[in-house]
Design a protein around this ligand. Structure first.
Ligand SMILES: NC(=O)c1ccc[n+]([C@@H]2O[C@H](COP(=O)([O-])OP(=O)(O)OC[C@H]3O[C@@H](n4cnc5c(N)ncnc54)[C@H](OP(=O)(O)O)[C@@H]3O)[C@@H](O)[C@H]2O)c1
Length: 408
């Protein structure tokens, strides 16, 4: 039953009935008291009885009509303000916002998910079998997500801006989807019900239109915890993620946002100097990050794609520990068995060294972030554990999984 429309209807009903009864009483009193009316009708008691009878009939009819209206509203669970296309859209948005709370609910659904067999078949609202499109197929998260969905026998299609470089198992379709080229959207999205999307802001409006036209119901966005910073709109990296989030949240598509902190994989940038036996240049060796394993992000994506209870949530994902860059280097040295030295450089020296990989407009916000977290641990969340049923993998696990990249 609607919690808002039903009481409102009854309040209005009571007011109307009260007004009707007052009107009836005043008319009756007037008829009894007024000599003209008494004379006109021949006898005061006759006029009063006539008015009383007519008034009662009207009151009973009014009560019956209003009760029927109230019952109809309650039964159809439809607030009057929610009728029509605009109302339906408001209802959807409210439903989406409601879905963002309730972490206890998430815990329960994770328990259910892990109790189920790996063979999950999800259906959309319209009874169609789902087809999941993974964009950014060459990315680390996308590759793990593909493996998880295949393991669970989910219908899946993988897309890349360069599908020729993808290695996909037999029977899996690899298509072109370049998020900077809208001409590639319709074919990639044809027959798709859910999308795992990398955040590329340049043509997000066209992507949303193509997805709605194709009948997509749900998008899971790989966004960034950077959007949570108060000055996100002024940071080019965070802003691009924010723009994609906004385009999706204001569209008719159900949208789930994954907002990871720092990828453990960022340590891959140190592979070359470590392999070459050279020091790693760091402008803020004491800066903290919350390294998260790409496999954990993929597992969270798998959960939200296969369990509709999580649709619409905004998930801030972190690794299990806040570590300084120096601590990460120490762990890498221990796991790879190689001594690694750190060269403490200035901001400008670091920018020059990285100029070919990180353009200036992106380098400064990154340096500002590291400076802000120099000696300050990053707040952690337990969202990965809630959604996957296990603690997030440590940085040491990531380093063991990728040790060869630092040795060979
Ligand atoms: N690194 C971090 O600490 C961090 C933190 C928070 C959020 N993120 C976000 O996570 C995402 C992946 O980050 P990453 O550094 O780990 O990258 P990555 O694993 O190296 O993957 C880069 C991905 O971007 C896709 N891509 C690039 N250009 C594309 C285009 N024009 N059209 C479609 N896909 C395109 C690539 O897919 P194809 O080349 O196969 O198309 C690839 O999957 C980024 O959106 C990043 O902002 C990263």
């Amino acid at each position: 039953m609607s919690t808002t429309s039903f009481p409102r209807v009854w309040a209005v009903s009571l007011l109307v009935v009260a007004a009707d009864v007052l009107d009836l009483l005043s008319t009756t009193v007037t008829n009894v008291a007024a000599p003209t009316v008494v004379r006109d009708l021949g006898a005061s008691w006759l006029g009063a009885s006539y008015t009383l009878a007519m008034g009662s009939l009207g009151t009973v009819a009014g009560v019956a009509a209003l009760a029927a209206f109230g019952w109809h509203q309650a039964r159809t669970n439809r607030p009057p303000a929610q009728c029509g296309a605009a109302g339906r859209q408001r209802g959807r948005l409210r439903h989406r916002v409601d879905g963002l709370s309730g972490d206890r609910h998430a815990e329960r659904s994770v328990q259910r998910r892990f109790a189920r067999s790996a063979r999950i078949h999800i259906r959309t609202n319209h009874g169609r079998l789902s087809m999941i499109l993974i964009t950014g197929g060459r990315g680390a998260v996308a590759a793990h997500l593909l493996a998880l969905l295949l393991q669970a026998d989910q219908p899946v299609r993988v897309a890349s801006s360069n599908p020729g470089e993808l290695q996909v198992p037999d029977g899996i379709t690899a298509v072109t989807c370049n998020l900077r080229d809208p001409a590639t959207f319709p074919a990639a999205l044809s027959g798709v019900t859910e999308v795992f999307l990398y955040a590329e802001a340049s043509h997000i409006a066209e992507f949303v239109d193509a997805a709605v036209t194709a009948g997509v119901k749900h998008v899971v966005l790989l966004s960034s915890a950077g959007v949570l910073n108060p000055d996100a709109a002024g940071d080019p990296l965070a802003k691009s993620h924010l723009d994609v989030e906004t385009a999706l949240l204001t569209s008719p598509l159900a949208t789930t946002l994954l907002r990871p902190g720092s990828f453990a994989g960022n340590a891959g940038a140190w592979a070359w100097p470590i392999k070459a036996g050279r020091p790693v240049s760091l402008p803020y060796p004491g800066s903290h990050t919350d390294p998260i394993h790409e496999r954990d992000i993929a597992e969270v994506a798998f959960t939200v794609l296969t369990d509709p209870h999580h649709q619409g949530r905004r998930l801030h994902l972190t690794g299990p520990e806040s570590l300084t860059f120096s601590e990460q280097i120490e762990q890498l040295a221990e796991i790879t068995g190689r001594p690694i030295t750190v060269n403490h450089v200035t901001r400008e020296e670091w920018k020059q060294e990285m100029a070919d990989y990180i353009p200036g407009p992106y380098a400064d916000p990154l340096l500002d972030y590291w400076q802000a977290h120099d000696g300050r641990p990053v707040p952690l969340t337990d969202t990965v554990e809630q959604l996957t049923g296990h603690a997030p993998r440590t940085f040491a696990t990531w380093a063991r999984d990728h040790a060869t990249a630092f040795i060979e």
